[in-house]
Design a protein around this ligand. Sequence first.
Ligand SMILES: Cc1cc2nc3c(=O)[nH]c(=O)nc-3n(C[C@H](O)[C@H](O)[C@H](O)COP(=O)(O)O)c2cc1C
Length: 194
Amino acid sequence: MAELGVEVPGLALANPLMLASGVQGGTAAALHRVAASKCGGLVSKSIGPDAREIYPGPVCVEATDSVVLNAMGLPNPGVESFTEMMSQNEFSKPMLVSIFGPDSETVADIAKKMEAAGATALELNLSCPHSKPGSRALIVGQQPELIKEYISAVKQAVGIPVYAKLTPNTAQVSLEAGAALEAGADGVSLINTV
Ligand SMILES: Cc1cc2nc3c(=O)[nH]c(=O)nc-3n(C[C@H](O)[C@H](O)[C@H](O)COP(=O)(O)O)c2cc1C
């Protein structure tokens, strides 16, 4: 059998295939189902400070041939509910918890709570392309200075590895990646939805 194990900062994975942050990572049942597959690790749905409902449907449409548009609206159960779920469940695969928030202080606070609840690592969602137009959630991932502010705040708050999830909606993604690494990110996740 080929040896597919990989190590990246803070994570030893049986193989390099991981669940991407999204609809299969929002509940304990779904995460256990994915963990039971042969994946190397899990990434949760992005979790923010408060519960958010999904947008009224349709949230996924085929716009033209081979072009699918999706906009879920970052639905999630909120940090309190998600940490309670984490403390009641043990997952058989390393668990990166994806987090987001309206400002760096809020995200750092969520990060602390996720670490205390047992997250193996964090993925900071700086990039969701369909959060409210004009909101900071969209702007952060396109502005190296804001990326640095968010990553620094989270790195100061926790001891577990922090990954920066970047947006493809930029002219030169190496600028945002460089800012994240300069601020102390342990790695980058490429990329959010095109
Ligand atoms: C329905 C849906 C929900 C998603 N939710 C999240 C999310 O909560 N947080 C996040 O960082 N990325 C989210 N993503 C982005 C995916 O994690 C992934 O980065 C993106 O789909 C690009 O990978 P792909 O080209 O293989 O689809 C979502 C994508 C889809 C299609």
